[in-house]
Write a protein that binds this ligand. Structure first.
Ligand SMILES: C[S@@+](CC[C@H](N)C(=O)[O-])C[C@H]1O[C@@H](n2cnc3c(N)ncnc32)[C@H](O)[C@@H]1O
Length: 409
């Protein structure tokens, strides 16, 4: 396998942190979002005018937004309804008149907020670990007023920008810390006053409106699709795939997105969260982990390297070793079917870019890039190269790669 080694230092410009400064890309964060710069570079290398790009794992729609900024059309698939909603709002064009009218309505709405207890609160387990009880009363009162004025978050109407701002507000006022590979909690919640929260919301909203003014010359749509199957979209035909699928690293996107998803009512309870995570590739939240016990592989001819590492993991002395081994196995079983089903949607000579990371279980490295490249070869993709992009964190040996391949029918 050809492995080209680039600079493996921790390249901050190849992470989501870089995106937060970049207009619409910074609206809401998802820790595993990939870098705008990386997508720009791939598009410049792989795409010519008129090409249609596919991202089968949309996340926060980074690919669609970059492609639209560069004048390309793209289609993005995603399984999480909150991310579909967010992606479509991020990638649409707004008329200046709409934005000006929204600003006026928003200002009026904020003038008439009655802060009091008793308004709807999201059913988040242990909610006071996230927000101080007084902060919660203020957030719930603001939410109630926004619903009265703009309705619940739904669809792609320009009013939804208010809900993007509110989603950002709840994270800014929470005790969530994003300085790790996934989200964690700060020691204490902070008690904010109404004036502070109102002024923060105004600032967030103004910034969102400012970046929404930028016109996008391409177009992107995010569609609900399970990328393991993709049957409903068999008529689409793509020139280039640019994506970062989940990695087998036990990050749960539902866990990461819980606060947003509950507050904007895309998630109703813990069992829905677990059920959705079970459908995602690499999901690991609640029932998604317990279901693994009875999971059986659908493909018995996956690459030998996978069986070897799963065997090593399962023999480790830990009560969860068997489950972890199944977790890794299921991840690649799912990815294999995804790659197989996607191949019918590709034009001849389509270029494919998979940004992935390896992971480590009890000291055994799962070399995701090699195993996916081997799956691709079995299906009929030609591997061009596996480029190392950056070192992922301080843990030795964890890297991010771009698997570059081509598909010839
Ligand atoms: C690493 S994230 C993508 C991040 C994205 N590149 C960005 O910049 O925000 C992977 C995404 O794949 C989605 N996903 C997982 N399993 C899926 C499936 N079976 N079908 C469609 N999307 C799925 C997850 O919900 C998550 O949003």
């Amino acid at each position: 396998m050809q492995t080209e080694l680039f600079d493996t230092a921790k390249r901050a410009d190849y992470t989501f942190k870089y995106n937060t400064k970049l207009g619409r890309h910074g609206w809401l964060r998802l820790t595993p979002a990939y870098s705008v710069k990386l997508v720009e570079e791939i598009i410049k290398t792989d795409c010519k005018k008129g090409d249609v790009i596919l991202d089968p794992f949309s996340g926060t729609a980074t690919t669609g937004l970059v492609a639209s900024e560069m004048g390309f059309s793209s289609v993005l698939y995603e399984i999480n309804p909150f991310l579909i909603w967010l992606g479509n709002i991020k990638c649409r064009n707004y008329y200046v008149m709409e934005l000006e009218s929204l600003q006026k309505q928003f200002n009026q709405c904020l003038e008439n907020i009655v802060v009091s207890g008793g308004f709807w609160l999201p059913p988040i387990h242990n909610i006071e670990r996230w927000w101080h009880s007084d902060t919660l009363i203020i957030l719930a009162s603001i939410r109630n007023r926004l619903v009265e004025t703009f309705g619940e978050p739904e669809g792609t109407h320009y009013h939804n920008l208010v809900w993007v701002a509110f989603s950002r507000l709840i994270i800014e006022t929470s005790s969530a810390a994003f300085n790790h590979i996934s989200m964690s909690f700060k020691e204490d919640t902070v008690q904010y006053g109404f004036t502070q929260i109102k002024s923060l919301l105004q600032t967030i909203f103004s910034n969102i409106l400012l970046s929404a003014r930028t016109q996008l010359s391409g177009n992107a749509k995010v569609i609900y699709t399970d990328s393991k199957i993709m049957e409903i979209n068999k008529k689409e035909c793509f020139d280039t795939v640019i994506t970062s699928p989940p990695y087998p690293n036990r990050i749960s996107y539902i866990r990461e997105l819980r606060p947003y998803m509950y507050w904007v009512k895309f998630l109703k309870n813990g069992s829905d969260a677990g059920a959705l995570d079970w459908e995602t590739i690499g999901g690991t939240w609640g029932v998604a982990t317990s279901n693994l016990k009875s999971w059986m592989p659908t493909n018995i001819n996956l690459p030998a390297q996978l069986y070897e590492v799963c065997d090593k993991i399962s023999r480790c002395e830990d009560k969860n070793a068997e489950t972890m081994s199944k977790y890794v196995h299921k991840y690649f079983d799912n990815i294999y079917f995804h790659l197989l089903n996607m191949s019918v949607l590709l034009k001849c000579k389509a270029k494919v870019n998979y940004i992935v990371g390896n992971s480590s279980f009890y000291g055994h490295f799962v070399e995701t890039q090699d195993i996916i490249a081997e799956c691709m070869k079995q299906i009929g993709y030609t591997i061009i190269a596996i480029n190392t992009i950056r070192r992922r964190n301080t843990k030795k040996g964890l890297l991010e790669y771009n698997i570059r391949a081509c598909f010839n029918h």
